[in-house]
Design a protein around this ligand. Structure first.
Ligand code: ASP
Length: 602
């Protein structure tokens, strides 16, 4: 037996016991006749003391291939370097100088035996909660980074979350079924990662963007309630905090309405919050239509931890034309920042710069402060008299001390998105985006299609298998852009944590959908023939959703990046810097696959 206890479990109650621990050397401190070694494993840190008086009798116990320098056991301890792997036997003893920051801080081990199990070269950064290693270094040596408590905790949380997901879904009769990784294309709106097939020269598999069509086939099979914690792959252009491979909690159910699905997965969210965060989420999650989410928050994933909903102001300013920017704008919208009239000119200039940044793209920012006497002072005072500004104040429901911020533009949707950025910025500045507060909701009734400038056609907002709302089906022929879908997203704190839809199970309707999406008969057949064919054999009504596991763990752990809850993540350029992947193939491998690399000359 390498160890009888872990480095995290000994307490005062163990005093007097003889124990053996195994782990890594966090650090050593020599103090006169004593050497202290902080010994670490997955469970914690325990202080081990090597005392000179104990050395002589025990020195003979030194084993392994290390040699004992002059000082016997203490000398051997002095020779330990950081991250050496050691085994220590000793007696648990009460510490005189207790460390309140460590769960094991009341005790220490008075060592009687030390065995070096393995040496270590000096690590490239300190293995401590606050590491001195930069991002790149930590990723290159991720196996060392994972020794750090905060990173390890994230993986522990991830594990507990998958266990709780399984427990909850199993209790409801869901079956966990694996679907293949080597498949054909799945249309989720991104590019596929492809894998050449040696046995089928010139042909390629695609890695699943999600098991969407496969889980629908499982419903045709009668599996009824399916889930899978599954890797998905999307070759997307790099966006902040996206991983080319990520994990979904993928679910599908038969004989259900949208309501059944929302309730089942609201139940799962509540279960996870209860079990993993000790938070009881009371009542049903609010539901907001996509149209309202866009109108009041400028986003399909509104952060509802705070208010500051948008108010449309076009009619307010139309009363007194003269300010051409507002007169010509198609949309004018404002938010009211409670108590922020104290904003200085400089701070307002900063905010103006913020909204004018190219990523946001607003032309400017209009502001109005409500003074203590109730009067309004604004940056457009020369165009609007007190009457108009008073109407503004009332419309915004602004009180003395409040700051009104206004954006305008030609394109309502674009301007709302800009206003959304401003709202989030103000929320952050005002401390309203507390990581320990959770606000969940469903966004429902997404539009079925969105217009793609790039493709010059309608694209499925969710995916082509999503069922239109029954009452909107007639619009498919007359005004497809106005069709709403039985599609829903679960949103928490401004993050989309899951989404899904009721699916089409009628082959004719599915056929129609493909046509609206611009598929020719042949292409639809080629890509989705298997599904359309399956639907002819009695497809049950079905629907489902997928949760992003990485997002959930990040949310629960309060992480800024999903990378921190992934054992071996890719960097922002999609590279694994530890494995140095992707990489070139050897010519032999290319030859076997009949592949020629034809890079553009640069
Ligand atoms: N396959 C969908 C996605 O990955 C989720 C779903 O509709 O179930 O977003």
């Amino acid at each position: 037996m390498y160890r009888t206890k872990t480095c995290g479990e000994l307490r005062l109650a163990n005093v007097g016991e003889t124990v053996t621990l195994a782990g890594w050397v966090q650090r050593t401190r020599k103090m006169g006749g004593m050497t202290f070694v902080d010994m670490r494993d997955r469970y914690g840190i325990t202080q081990v003391v090597f005392e000179a008086p104990h050395c002589s009798p025990a020195a003979g116990e030194l084993s392994g291939n290390e040699t004992s320098p002059t000082g016997g056991l203490q000398g051997a301890a002095n020779a330990l370097g950081r991250e050496y792997v050691i085994q220590v036997t000793g007696t648990v003893s009460e510490r005189s100088n207790k460390n309140k920051n460590l769960p094991t801080g009341d005790i220490e081990i008075i060592a009687t035996e030390l065995k070096v199990l393995n040496a270590s070269v000096t690590p490239p950064f300190t293995i401590e909660d606050q590491s001195d290693g930069g991002d790149d270094l930590r990723m290159k040596y991720r196996y060392l980074d994972l020794r750090r408590t905060p990173v390890r905790r994230n993986l522990e949380l991830r594990h507990r979350m998958t266990m709780e997901v399984r427990r909850y879904l199993d209790s409801l009769g869901f079956l966990e079924i694996e679907t293949p990784m080597l498949i054909g294309s799945t249309p989720e709106g991104a590019r596929d990662f492809v894998v050449p097939s040696r046995m089928n020269p010139g042909q390629f598999y695609a890695l699943p963007q999600s098991p969407q069509t496969l889980k629908q086939l499982l419903m045709v099979s009668g599996m009824d309630r399916y889930f899978q914690i599954v890797k998905c792959f999307r070759d997307e252009d790099l966006r902040a905090d996206r991983q080319p491979e990520f994990t979904q909690i993928d679910c599908e159910m038969s004989f259900v309405t949208q309501e059944d699905i929302l309730q089942t997965f609201e139940g799962m969210a509540k279960h996870l919050f209860r079990e993993l965060r000790g938070i009881e989420l009371e009542g049903a999650f609010p539901r907001m239509t996509w149209a309202d989410a866009m109108k009041y928050y400028g986003s399909d994933k509104p952060d509802t931890r705070f208010g500051m909903r948008f108010v449309e102001l076009k009619d307010v300013f139309a009363q007194a034309p003269g300010f051409s920017v507002f007169d010509e704008a198609k949309y004018i919208g404002g938010i009211c920042a409670t108590g922020q009239a104290v904003y200085t000119r400089k701070q307002l200039d900063q905010l103006t710069d913020f909204v004018k940044r190219p990523q946001i793209g607003a032309k400017g920012l209009v502001y109005a402060r409500v003074q203590e006497d109730g009067s309004v002072k604004s940056s457009v005072d020369k165009f609007y008299g007190p009457e108009v500004l008073n109407v503004l104040k009332e419309k915004m429901n602004a009180q003395p001390g409040d700051l009104i911020l206004i954006l305008c533009g030609d394109d309502a949707m674009k301007t709302r998105k800009q206003l959304c950025e401003l709202r989030l910025e103000m929320g952050a500045r005002m401390g309203l985006r507390d990581k320990n507060q959770f606000s969940l909701l469903w966004v429902i009734d997404f539009p079925m299609f969105e217009w793609s400038e790039e493709e010059g056609r309608l694209m499925a907002t969710h995916h082509p298998f999503t069922h239109p709302k029954d009452e909107d089906i007639p619009l498919l022929d007359t005004d497809p852009a106005a069709v709403r879908a039985d599609a829903y997203d679960m949103v928490c704190n401004g993050v989309e944590v899951g989404g899904g839809s009721i699916r089409i199970h009628d082959p004719e309707l599915q056929d129609k959908m493909f046509r609206i999406l611009g598929f020719t008969e042949e292409r639809a057949q080629e890509q989705f023939g298997f599904l359309m064919n399956a639907f002819k054999y009695g497809a049950p009504p079905h629907g489902g959703l997928a949760y992003g596991l990485d997002r959930w763990v990040s949310l629960f752990a309060g992480l800024d990046s999903i990378r921190d809850c992934i054992a071996f993540p890719k960097n922002n350029s999609g590279r694994d810097v530890m494995l140095d992947a992707p990489a070139r193939l050897e010519q032999k491998q290319l030859d076997e696959l009949y592949l020629k690399i034809d890079l553009p000359q640069e």
